[in-house]
Each structure stands twice: as C-alpha cells, then as structure tokens.
Design a protein around this ligand. Structure first.
Ligand code: SF4
Length: 132
C-alpha cells in the first residue's frame, strides 16, 4: 500500500444489507473516501483491509476464510455492525455463527445496527493507522 492509502475488500457473511447501505454512503459526494486514498477493490489480492458484516453463515464460512488468507500481509480485518461482533438480532440463533468478525479474527469492531458512515470511516482510519 502507499502511505495512508487503503484497498478495501468487503465480505458479506449473512448481513441484512443494512450495514452495506451505510457503507455505500462512503462513496457518495459527502463522505467520498477516495479523498483519503481509500478505495473498494475487486480482489483480496489488492486489499489491505477486509471489511466484514453479518453473523456468519455456513455457506460463507470457508470462502470467507479463504478470502482473508488471500490478502497480503500486513492486513486488517474490520468488523462492521453488531452482527459481526456476535451481538444484535442474530445472536444465539441456531443458523448463525459466532459473528463474522469474531470468526475471522477481526482487529477492529465498529458497533451499531447499523453503524453510521462516520463510525465506519473512523474504523477505516484506525485500520490505516495500524497499517502505516
Ligand atoms: S448489524 Fe444490524 S444492520 Fe448490520 S447486518 Fe446486523 S442486523 Fe443488519
């Protein structure tokens, strides 16, 4: 990565899409994370950060671990939303995992259901700081 830039690859592991709705705002003219040198990338090979949402589904468990492993080191897994932390509406449900962030070893957790774009942005800033 270049100094302070971030390649971000997103993983959906059973999210209701509410967290993604807030993440999408990061690309609008108001939040525009590209001004920070941060961008969503198409491949984990080009990523520094994996963002992950949802409680973890059975179908996503193996591919999500493979995706994280495909990201070059150093890397950061950033869990977005309460579900990814094993809390929130899916906590304890028989079809839900422990939380995608927990299962994938997230270093940073952004709480909320869903978190605001500002909170997600702060989480990304923390990831950039740890990777710098
Ligand atoms: S934290 Fe809330 S908004 Fe995000 S995936 Fe879970 S239920 Fe949906």
């Amino acid at each position: 990565m270049f100094d302070k830039s971030l390649g971000i690859r997103h993983l959906v592991c059973g999210s209701c899409n509410g967290c993604e709705h807030e993440m999408n705002a990061l690309n609008n003219a108001y939040y525009d994370i590209t001004r920070e040198g941060w961008d969503i990338v198409a491949s984990p090979r080009h990523a520094d950060v994996i963002t992950v949402t949802g409680p973890m589904t059975e179908a996503m468990r193996e591919p999500s671990h493979e995706t994280v492993e495909a990201v070059p080191r150093p890397r950061v897994v950033l869990a977005i939303g309460d579900c990814a932390a094993g809390e929130g509406v899916w906590a304890g449900a028989p079809s839900a995992g422990e939380g995608a962030g927990i299962e994938l070893g997230a270093a940073i957790f952004v709480p909320g259901c869903p978190p605001t774009p500002d909170a997600i942005r702060a989480g990304l800033a923390e990831a950039a700081k740890r990777l710098a």
